[in-house]
Design a protein around this ligand. Structure first.
Ligand code: ADP
Length: 473
């Protein structure tokens, strides 16, 4: 697990939740089970056939032996007849010996007599009536015994031992080969199945890669093309394509609506704000309560006009209708100009500029809008005795403008979201301060529209720094 944690690529490849891994493991498991079942049943059947054949042979010898003794003993003595019958039925693999009812050895196969093999068998006590397979001294023996009754006289017991080691070893070697071949077949099958499943799932992966990074603005431009994909996947792609087109249409309608409404409301509200301000300016006979009410109405009207302007800017940016008048801008001069513009702010603004001029390709007015917005936020979220520092640096390719405050800071979990529209960290706190939650999303849109990037670094109750990188001219 530790090993897997350390290798993200390995984790992605062998993610147990992926369909590819699940299908591969599932089919491989079924194949292994199937092959194991076949191998086990083959081995059991072969083992049975092998042992049964030898058992039948042993039984046959046991049944025939008393009869042979009887025939031989017609010609020679009973002892000699017994020995002759043993000699006749013995082979290097088949051993026989006869014991008297008292347990004395009466006759035995020449191999036993010469002590070549199987001598330890003669002393065995509990040899059964029915042939039984035993592993003794690393050899497989089929052992059985039966009473030796000749012409109604019980001469004792005849013991038969069949050495089936050669057959058993051949069988085990065969089984070993079969298991090895099955294992190799399973591995090859699993690799082939994994490859086949990977190939079959490729269209799905292509589909997810095509749709992964679509932004809301590009919904309508996406074309999911899947050549040679299975019909089910093509159907899914078609459905997704239709959904994306519908989403894109409704997104476009929504943007159009926001843009139209903002535009339509801004004009009458600007007129209302103008009337309110002129009434406030000229109304010498207004009571304090009337003045206060008019001031509140005027400031709310201004706030709403700002909100509508922000919405309009965003809608234009998203429609691709925001135009940048790109020119060479000397940032040192622009920042000094901005410092002059915010001189009336309650917080002091400090500039840290390099001696060399830093020039970028950008839209001067949009850059002003961006920086004023960030300074505005710095002022809103800091105390008046905490200055806002604006630093300017440059490296080989980018100019870096930093707007640093020592204010309340932004919690880590909110830092990735503050550039979203209408996102405000602490709604209650932000409401008192004012603002719409649109400022940073406009800032981001404008900076990116000029080919730059913006980042935030912040620590709670320590302060916030916004870093803007702009391409040098
Ligand atoms: P708002 O109009 O609410 O300021 P913005 O988009 O400008 O909207 O900012 C989004 C949120 O990010 C704000 O509500 C505020 O909580 C947080 N924020 C932005 N700038 C700062 C800052 N300099 N210090 C602390 N919080 C900030």
């Amino acid at each position: 697990m530790l090993l897997i944690k350390g290798f993200p690529r390995f984790r992605t490849m062998f993610n147990p939740n992926s369909l590819r891994i699940r299908l591969t493991l599932g089919i491989a498991a079924v194949s292994i089970l199937g092959l194991t079942g076949v191998v086990t049943s083959i081995s059991l059947t072969m083992q049975k056939i092998l042992v049964v054949t030898h058992k039948n042979n042993t039984r046959y010898i046991a049944g025939r032996f008393p009869h042979d003794v009887e025939i031989y003993s017609d010609m020679v003595s009973l002892e000699e007849g017994t020995q002759k019958a043993i000699d006749n039925l013995s082979t290097p693999q088949t051993l026989l010996w006869v014991k008297s009812p008292q347990g004395n050895l009466l006759a035995q196969s020449p191999v036993l007599k010469m002590g070549i093999k199987g001598t330890h068998l003669v002393s065995l006590q509990d040899i059964p009536l029915q042939p039984e397979l035993k592993l003794l001294n690393n050899r497989y023996w089929l052992l059985c015994s039966t009473d030796l009754v000749v012409r109604g006289v019980n001469l004792g017991r005849v013991y038969i031992a069949q050495d089936i080691t050669a057959d058993e070893t051949m069988f085990l070697t065969l089984m070993g080969t079969l298991i090895l071949v099955s294992a190799i077949v399973t591995v090859c099958m699993t690799v082939a199945i994994a490859w086949y499943i990977k190939t079959s799932l490729k269209p799905l992966k292509r589909m997810s890669e095509t749709t992964k990074d679509i932004s809301a603005e590009k919904l309508g431009e996406v074309q999911i093309e899947l050549e040679n994909a299975p019909s089910e996947v093509k159907e899914l792609a078609q459905t997704l394509q239709t959904t994306l087109t519908r989403l894109s249409d409704s997104w476009e309608d929504q943007r159009q609506l926001v843009s139209n409404v903002s535009h339509e409301l801004r004009t009458p509200l600007t007129v209302v704000s103008g009337y309110l301000q002129s009434t406030l300016r000229r109304g010498n006979n207004l009571t304090d309560i009337q003045r206060e009410a008019l001031e509140t109405a005027s400031s709310e009207a201004d706030r709403t006009i700002q909100l509508l302007q922000d919405l309009l800017d965003l809608a234009r940016a998203e429609n691709g209708r925001i135009y940048f008048h790109l020119e060479t801008v000397v940032l040192n001069e622009l920042l000094s100009e901005i410092k002059g513009m915010v001189a009336q702010y309650p917080v002091s603004i400090e500039l840290a500029l390099p001696t060399d001029s830093v020039t970028v390709k950008g839209d001067k007015n949009r850059l002003k809008q961006v920086l004023l917005n960030l300074i505005d936020n710095g002022v809103k979220y800091s105390k008046s005795d905490e200055p806002i520092v604006i630093k300017l640096e440059q490296d080989e390719r980018f100019a870096k403008v930093q707007v640093c405050d020592q204010g309340v800071g932004i919690p880590l979990k909110d830092q990735t979201r503050i550039f979203e529209r209408f996102y405000r960290v602490d709604e209650a706190r932000s409401r008192n301060i004012g603002g719409t939650g649109l400022g940073l999303s406009i800032v981001k849109t404008l900076v990116e529209g000029m080919g730059g990037t913006i980042q935030v670094i912040s620590q709670l109750n320590q302060g916030t720094t916004f870093n803007i990188l702009l391409p040098l001219s």
